[in-house]
Design a protein. Structure first.
Ligand code: 13P
Ligand code: SF4
Length: 335
């Protein structure tokens, strides 16, 4: 038995003995992904992890994902084998959030006319600020529905932290967008969706040049990308969707149909062995998602067994309250 298989077996034994649900995002390393009880995109993981009936959730992903489970189900104990923080989520905190609101007010938009929406890739304090201002969380798969619902308020949307997702949703819905710190105050005043200037460095690797390269090399190839990619790429792609939606799209294609995929490497290389390409000449690896190893999972379970848990997620009550309001609003908007 290889050391990986031996470790997997020990994890399975420990998991059966303890009340633990192992959750993993698609971007996790193969061996970690394979031992998970629940896998999915951010929306599915948040929903299913809060509904699991175990005392513990062991979340293999990035910080905001484990934190979202704790916020949605505070009675649960949540631990992460590695508390690795999504680089995009780190681009905003509550001070930068307040400054964004102030920039909109300076551009002539009264504060009461601002409705904030935060991508789930953000910290609990930012979600709490959004909840307090009457706003909601969205994920890559729910962003269009959430913005549609938010637009009914006739308010201006402050979208944080992913500029690309905000711009891509605006384009899809035929709305005007502007970016704080890039566009002039009058452009901000005229826009429907005002985006914070955050981004995912992994998804920035996919460029229009890559799309042109693959289309020239393999005429007829399909291009499927995540909405965190630049709008110039999403605009020309055949399919834009969340990680789960990309998987379903590629699975729906005939095997002989070539497809180039613009999202994290671990997901793409697991898709199918033939006729699937990574839409970049640089390996698009998310450094933080790749921090979690099988050894980390094993050690975290071992510490839970000893009654000495490590890397447990804690969020203060006040933050949980308001962040939960923003997350629950997303689920209510989707009903
Ligand atoms: P999904 O919700 O599509 O899984 O996206 C999460 C993410 O971090 C993509 O970079
Ligand atoms: Fe964050 Fe980008 Fe990694 Fe997704 S791929 S977790 S957005 S850094």
């Amino acid at each position: 038995m290889s050391s990986i298989e031996a470790l997997k077996k020990s994890i399975e034994e420990l998991k059966n003995e303890l009340s633990v649900t192992i959750v993993a995002h698609y971007y996790q390393k193969d061996e970690v992904y394979e031992i998970a009880d629940i896998t999915g995109d951010s929306l599915e993981l948040a929903k299913r992890a809060k509904e699991s009936d175990s005392e513990w959730v062991l979340f293999c992903g990035v910080g905001f994902m484990g934190q979202s489970v704790k916020i949605l189900a505070p009675q649960k104990r949540v631990a992460m084998p590695k508390i690795a923080c999504c680089a995009m989520a780190r681009m905003i905190d509550s001070t930068y959030f307040d400054e964004s609101v102030a920039a909109m007010v300076e551009a002539g938009i009264p504060k009461e006319d601002i409705l904030p929406i935060t991508y789930i890739n953000s910290g609990a304090e930012v979600k709490a600020k959004v909840g307090q201002m009457g706003g909601a969380v969205c994920t890559s798969s729910s962003a269009v529905s959430i913005i549609q619902k938010a637009m009914e308020s006739k308010k201006k949307i402050l979208f944080v932290p992913d500029r690309c997702l905000g711009q891509n949703v605006a384009r899809k819905m035929g709305l005007k967008s502007a970016v704080i710190g890039i566009d002039k105050p009058q452009e901000i005043a005229q826009a429907d969706i005002i985006c914070y200037n955050g981004f995912c460095s992994v998804h920035q690797l996919f460029t229009l040049k890559d799309v042109e390269f693959f289309r020239k090399k393999y005429p007829g190839i399909k291009i499927a990308v995540h909405p965190e990619c630049d709008p110039s790429v999403c605009e020309v792609a055949d399919f834009v969707g969340s990680t789960s939606q990309i998987i379903k799209y590629v699975q729906s294609l005939p095997l002989e149909q070539k497809v180039a995929v613009g999202t994290e490497y671990n997901l793409v290389h697991r898709l199918r062995s033939k006729n699937t390409y990574v839409l970049s000449s640089t390996k698009p690896e998310c450094p933080t998602m790749n921090e979690t190893t099988l050894e980390d999972v094993y050690n975290t379970l071992l510490e839970i067994q000893k009654g000495n848990p490590i890397n447990e997620i804690h969020v203060d009550e006040e933050t949980i309250h308001w962040a939960k309001v923003a997350l629950e609003r997303m689920f209510a908007y989707l009903e």
